[in-house]
Design a protein around this ligand. Structure first.
Ligand code: NDP
Ligand code: 2PC
Length: 165
């Protein structure tokens, strides 16, 4: 997954996916193909975290997919987020693949921020500052420096600790 899921491929795939989803949500299924993507369902594990289920049907790709993801923010020596992605053939419902979802989650999230920034930014961004050096802080650095020609970029651990008690 590390070698396959390059940011430039992800940027194109996400732009296409967001456009398809918007067109489908606006009732333009004829050109876009039908997409059914309900809002993520979450199960709460009190004082520990949550377990999320993220299903989608994409007619244009004949795919039925669900990500299953856990977020346990207090994990210390193991990742705070863990995921798998199950892929089914939408023509017959047969399972086709079970993918490691960690790299997908790490890079897709950051790539989505980069694509959103590209469409929302006013002019060419020159400076990037990221607060926090966790998994997403790092992947956002990688994605945004892959998307833009920046003059200055950096990330830093936060010295402001939010009380998460
Ligand atoms: N929408 C999406 O698709 C996704 C969203 N997320 C969300 O993004 C966020 C970051 O996830 P991820 O990077 O994987 O998590 P990590 O556990 O790898 O990193 C946690 C980050 O939060 C900071 N942090 C933790 N506790 C505190 C605190 N008390 N006060 C201030 N900062 C704190 C850390 O700062 P420091 O570096 O200084 O230690 C670190 O940068 C989470 O909220 C997660 O749920 C994650 C994946 C996908
Ligand atoms: O969409 C996602 O994969 C996640 N959102 C918060 C934790 C993981």
């Amino acid at each position: 997954m590390q070698d396959i899921l390059k940011y430039n491929l992800l940027f194109d795939a996400l732009e296409r996916g967001f456009a398809l989803f918007s067109q489908s949500s606006c009732g333009q299924e004829a050109s876009a193909g039908f997409i059914d993507q309900p809002v993520r369902t979450c199960v709460t594990i009190p004082s520990k975290g949550f377990f999320g289920c993220m299903p989608v049907y994409i007619e244009a790709e004949d795919l039925l997919v669900s990500k299953l993801v856990t977020a346990f923010p207090k994990n210390k020596d193991i990742p705070s987020h863990n995921a798998i992605v199950a892929v089914f053939d939408a023509s017959c419902g047969v399972p086709r693949a079970l993918l490691d979802g960690d790299i997908i989650t790490t890079r897709r999230t950051a790539a989505a921020s980069a694509v959103a920034t590209k469409h929302l930014v006013n002019g060419e961004p020159k400076v990037l500052a990221i607060l926090g050096c966790g998994v997403q802080g790092t992947s956002h650095y990688d994605a945004l420096t892959a998307m833009f020609q920046l003059e200055k970029s950096g990330s830093a651990r936060s010295n402001v600790r939010v009380d998460d008690g």
